[in-house]
Ligand binder design. Structure first.
Ligand SMILES: Cc1ncc(COP(=O)(O)O)c(C=O)c1O
Length: 281
């Protein structure tokens, strides 16, 4: 059988075997554009609607079970019922949520993270990685009195900070200039060209969405040097990479940015590199 015919058969079987997912997707489309609020979760003809998760398994609304290889696209690496995490969540629920005052856990977590990351003197909690990057950029713009922000082609810093394929019409209207990731000479030239109005350089030490391309150490060192020279704020987006070492990738490279954004899971537990390097809290 030709590959196209086989694909059609598989597609028909998928539709036939998942009537509840199909019905729920159709209903959801009436109330949410595309039927969900996270476009990466969509695939044609309709995505599986997941009913529950346990350990490393997922169950969809039609009763099929799957091994969860997505791990919430890297934010859920501990699976769905890690006993330590479940116990901590129960403790939080038992003690009451949203207490209208500073709570006891936030300053402990802030201290733990500041002790780990040399670039963190103090920390502000936000609701998402996107929001963390927005706060960092707005802080840099305010602190420097400048407007321009250097970012890198194909970087993803959040739903309104996406630079694949020349950027997105949904990006926040900041004054962005882009340069090529890991291209030392052209990035240095961009900094020099814009240095009088350059508020910030925002960079992932590993270009995640573009295919997990690690930064060259010399590239990051050049950004550090140029940011210091011209007074721009160097921001490392470690929303995805913080777990790759005890002090994220900045610890691995030995480069201290001016600001760091963290998100997803902040942990060293799942990472062999961090296990071997683990010391202290
Ligand atoms: C490098 C990077 N920065 C920022 C974000 C945005 O984080 P959030 O989805 O929590 O807004 C992501 C999300 O995948 C990311 O990979």
């Amino acid at each position: 059988m030709k590959a196209a015919g086989r694909l059609d058969d598989l597609r028909e079987a998928y539709v036939r075997n998942h009537p509840e997912s199909c019905a729920r997707h159709e209903r959801a489309q009436a109330w949410m554009p595309g039927g969900n609020t996270r476009s990466v979760l969509h695939f044609d003809p309709f995505p599986l609607v997941i009913a529950s998760g346990r350990a490393d398994m997922l169950t969809d609304v039609d009763g099929y079970e799957y091994i969860d290889c997505a791990g919430e696209f890297s934010a859920g690496l501990y699976g769905h019922s890690d006993p330590v995490i479940v116990a901590a969540l129960h403790e939080v629920l038992d003690n009451g949520l949203v207490l209208s005052g500073p709570n006891t856990a936030e300053s402990e977590l802030a201290e733990l993270l500041c002790r780990r990351f040399p670039s963190l003197e103090r920390l502000r909690f936000c609701n998402s990685g996107t929001e963390a990057n927005l706060f960092a950029l707005l802080t840099a713009i305010d602190a420097t009195g400048r407007k321009r922000v250097l970012v890198f082609e194909d970087a993803y810093h959040g739903g309104v900070l996406t630079f694949a394929g020349g950027g997105s019409p949904m990006n926040v209207p900041f004054d962005f200039v882009t340069a090529s990731f890991n291209d030392i000479e052209s990035a240095r030239a961009s900094v020099k060209r814009h240095e009088d109005d350059l508020a910030a350089i925002l960079v992932e030490p590993l270009l995640g969405a573009a295919g997990n391309i690690p930064a060259e150490a010399a590239f990051l060192a050049m950004l550090r040097e140029e940011a210091t020279r011209c007074g721009a704020v160097l921001i490392f987006d470690e929303v995805k990479t913080s777990r790759l070492g005890r002090a994220g990738l900045q610890g691995h490279y030995g480069i201290v940015p001016d600001m760091t954004t963290l998100g997803k899971n902040i942990s060293a537990r799942a990472c062999p590199l961090a296990h071997s390097a683990a010391r202290g809290p």
